[in-house]
Design a protein around this ligand. Sequence first.
Ligand code: HEM
Length: 69
Amino acid sequence: MAFGAGIHFCLGSALARLEATAAIAEIMRRAPSLTSAGTPERIASPVLRGLRSQPVRLGALTAPNHPGR
Ligand code: HEM
């Protein structure tokens, strides 16, 4: 649903999914003990479903894979 439907279905959906997968995997690798630290707040919209905020506790961090980038 996030990428629309029919003839105008998002042309960048494959790239967006790849980027999101890479970003989430890297966050989980860097912050393996990431946990929720509060109640999420939803976006108040009849057309968009999502979170405005979600407080988190990062915990111990590991080093980045690509220092300096
Ligand atoms: C999480 C990221 C993204 C979301 C949620 C998203 C969502 C959407 C949605 C809902 C539409 C349909 C709009 C409509 O029906 O009028 C759309 C269309 C489109 N998106 Fe994305 N998009 C994302 C990322 C991208 C990326 C990374 C690109 C390009 C690199 C891209 C390129 C396009 C293009 C060119 C269209 C127009 C397709 C058409 O009208 O035929 N999008 N997108």
